[in-house]
Design a protein around this ligand. Structure first.
Ligand code: SF4
Length: 112
């Protein structure tokens, strides 16, 4: 998508996916889709995970892409508890991600 189109108010695919997931997550609807105690862990080899460069250990992510303080457990899309090892993520319905993981869809939590 060209810069010109973005400036005219269109959004790119990543913005659409993240925006949609944030909306779902903020409604609480996501919580019924994955229970962190029963849901399978997302695989780093899962095509969707690989496409977002998801890693279980954020410290192993490409340093050029990730800021040092970005982890799943401080991402807007993570709905697990801060101290849980694994928790649901709106990007991966029905699965859980590592609380110390990261992917390129990381989004800052909305101010409360
Ligand atoms: Fe999900 Fe956010 Fe972790 Fe990416 S960084 S896997 S969007 S919780």
């Amino acid at each position: 998508m060209s810069r010109e189109l973005r400036e005219k108010g269109t959004i790119n695919r990543r913005q659409f996916v993240v925006g949609t997931v944030v909306t779902i997550a903020s409604t609480g609807a996501w919580s019924v889709l994955a229970d962190s105690h029963e849901a399978p862990k997302v695989s780093e080899d899962d095509p969707a995970a690989a496409g977002l460069k998801y890693v279980h250990d954020a410290t192993k992510a490409d340093a050029a892409l990730r800021q040092g303080d970005h982890f799943c457990n401080n991402c807007q899309l993570y709905s697990g508890k801060q101290d849980d090892e694994w928790g649901p993520c709106g990007i991966f319905p029905g699965k859980v991600v590592s609380s110390k993981g990261w992917c390129t869809a990381w989004a800052a939590k909305a101010a409360s």
